[in-house]
Design a protein around this ligand. Structure first.
Ligand code: ACO
Length: 283
């Protein structure tokens, strides 16, 4: 990215993982309009950055995010509908539209506080690795608003209705183990293992064909809102798309390496990227 970032930090270590930090640690990474602008631009850039294979969203200073900035996002925009609209659009674009449809795998790494509006990005990413002692809260009810933008919707879509109602109506904090139990996170680990576990998951994802992974995550997301007929049709079309557009030719390569060469077993992982069929075995 060309412009300097102030409220977002990106770290890359030449291993395909881009670590994106919401970076207002002194405000517990509360999301101001300026932070939203920078997150939106950063994610747009990384989606087409050839060196980035997996994006990890996290927060600087030991917290994920204390939600929307009550002063800068809400109060400061009360008398300025245009600024409020712009801030809302940008906030929603990166936290939902971008992340939900992102071409590359995304992971949220959670520690410290994850509050209110931060549930949007929490539930938009593909995977969540959390510290066991992280503190989650849908705090909106405690100060007179409801879980807005799409928070109520994405929470209701992610967990059983009883859990959604309980945490949205009471605003009670819960920890990383509970986030896994109710289905908001995949893995809860002690805080000192958080980075290593997140990296391990990213490494596993990078062993897969990017084209197949992209189509698979899109398929899993989109079939939820289809009936069976639509899903049959959509998945057949998506499958054909992979066969046509996957530079790894994963289907043919995988079949050949299993059936002909007996060189790997798909149950235990994907074939090694960059080991395409020879011309002869393609026939
Ligand atoms: N908006 C604006 N500023 C915030 C926010 C926020 N959401 N959260 C924390 N801050 C600021 C505090 O005002 C304080 O600023 P100051 O140093 O200038 O006084 C600084 O961040 C540190 O906050 P503390 O409260 O001192 O930190 P502590 O670790 O004791 O508590 C906690 C952290 C629990 C997150 C607390 O700050 C809090 O309850 N924040 C509000 C969280 C919230 O309800 N978010 C939902 C917003 S609504 C929405 O997202 C739709």
């Amino acid at each position: 990215m060309s412009e300097a970032l102030k409220y977002v930090k990106v770290e890359k270590n030449n291993d395909g993982i881009a670590w994106v930090y919401m970076n207002r640690p002194e405000k517990r990474n509360a999301m101001s309009p300026a932070l939203h602008e920078e997150m939106d631009a950063t994610l747009a850039h990384l989606e087409t950055d050839p060196d980035t294979k997996v994006v990890v969203i996290t927060g600087a200073g030991g917290n994920f995010s204390a939600g929307q900035d009550l002063k800068e996002f809400f109060r400061a925009n009360e008398g300025n509908p245009a600024a409020r609209k712009r801030a809302q659009q940008t906030a929603n674009r990166w936290r939902w539209e971008r992340l939900y449809n992102y071409d590359k795998p995304t992971i949220a790494m959670i520690q410290g506080y994850c509050v209110g509006g931060a549930f949007m990005q929490l539930l938009a990413v593909d995977f969540v690795v959390t510290a066991e002692d992280a503190t989650y809260s849908l705090s909106e009810v405690n100060w007179g608003i409801l879980p807005g933008a799409l928070v109520a919707k994405v929470v209701a879509d992610s967990v059983l209705p009883r859990h959604a109602l309980y945490y949205a109506c009471l605003g009670e904090p819960f920890d990383g183990n509970e986030a896994v139990r109710v289905g908001m996170a995949n893995i809860a680990v002690p805080k000192d293992k958080l980075v290593a576990e997140t990296e391990k998951l990213a490494q596993k994802l990078m062993l897969k064909s990017p084209a197949v992974l992209r189509a698979t995550k899109q398929a899993v997301r989109h079939v939820r809102n289809m009936d069976f007929g639509q899903a049959y049709d959509y998945l057949a079309a998506k499958g054909a798309e992979i066969k046509a557009n996957d530079p790894e030719q994963s289907y043919k390569t995988g079949l050949s390496q299993f059936i002909d060469n007996k060189s790997y077993k798909p149950v235990y992982g994907a074939f090694k990227l960059g080991t395409l069929l020879t011309d002869q075995s393609k026939k």
